[in-house]
Design a protein around this ligand. Structure first.
Ligand code: ADP
Ligand code: MG
Length: 262
């Protein structure tokens, strides 16, 4: 199993011996994986192999689900985010999340950005924060004349970019995205992919996708997961996206990739 990241970039997240349980069911088993800073890392694999579970463990979202248990360490810039002294709310401030289904608040476009920022103690120029966040999410030009309009009136693709703007406004270091384009039309999907490419200049991005072509297009690193006989998800192979797709070391990876492309 390859868990080495060959490039010299710094490690942003180091997952060490991660095991995760929903009650007695072990959903993921012994995950070890280093995520490099300011790159895009994709999680791929069949449905149920634990991609979302691993993703949610990175900002401690899983512990909001009753009856779950996490074992192992996740280091973020040298801090074990599962340490007793670490506040999960603080973790989520540094590690934001965007979900499959766009979930804007039923508030104005402006307030969608301003609200979270305010709660997180932002006291600067709010108009400026709203504008720069929307610009970073490639949405500003489409909404600048209707900031007071209810966000739920935007198209699905615009709503998803608004959710990205809302995540960006908190000034996180990492943005986790769980199939962020799978509910969107092809044009909106392209916009999200272009946006991910822009965002990685300033953020570390981890994206779950069931779309192989998307993983090949947007990511620098790819992690391929499968399930074992006990239905526990495990990491089969991890490395540079080009190598995973064109020169996989592992037979299972090759079968999966060629099955999806062939
Ligand atoms: P993926 O995102 O790769 O489709 P998930 O992380 O959602 O996989 O799920 C991994 C495994 O954990 C699956 O077997 C799934 O049924 C199970 N699972 C996911 N969420 C829950 C939950 N809230 N309660 C119990 N089991 C869950
Ligand atoms: Mg999932």
């Amino acid at each position: 199993m390859s868990t080495e990241v060959q490039s010299k970039t710094e490690v942003e997240i180091s997952i060490q011996n991660l095991n995760f349980f929903y009650d007695t069911f072990q959903a993921v088993k012994n995950i070890n994986l280093d995520v490099p800073r300011n790159q895009v890392t994709a999680f791929i694999g069949p449905s149920g192999c634990g991609k979302s579970t691993v993703l949610r463990s990175i900002n401690r979202m899983n512990e909001l689900i009753p009856g779950t248990r996490t074992e192992g360490n996740i280091n973020f810039r040298g801090v074990d985010i599962y340490d007793d002294h670490v506040d999960p709310v603080e973790v989520r401030r540094h590690i934001g999340m965007v979900f499959q289904k766009p979930n804007p608040f039923p508030k104005s476009i402006y307030d969608n950005i301003a609200w979270g920022a305010k709660i997180n103690g932002f006291t600067g120029d709010m108009d400026e924060l709203v504008e720069t966040s929307l610009q970073q999410a490639a949405l500003w030009n489409e909404v600048k004349d209707k900031l007071k309009q209810n966000a739920l009136r935007l198209s699905g693709g615009q709503q998803q970019r608004l959710c990205i703007a809302r995540a960006v406004a908190i000034k996180p270091h990492i943005i986790l995205m769980d199939e962020p384009a799978s509910a969107l039309d092809p044009i909106s999907t392209t916009k999200i992919e272009d946006l991910i490419n822009e965002l990685k200049k300033n953020y570390t991005i981890i994206i779950v996708t069931h779309n192989m072509q998307q993983a090949a297009r947007v990511s620098d690193q790819t992690a391929f997961f499968l399930v074992d006989e006990a239905r526990s998800g495990y990491l089969v192979e991890y490395g540079k996206t080009d190598e995973i797709f064109f020169n996989p070391k592992n037979k299972e990876t090759e079968d999966y990739i060629s099955g999806r492309f062939g």
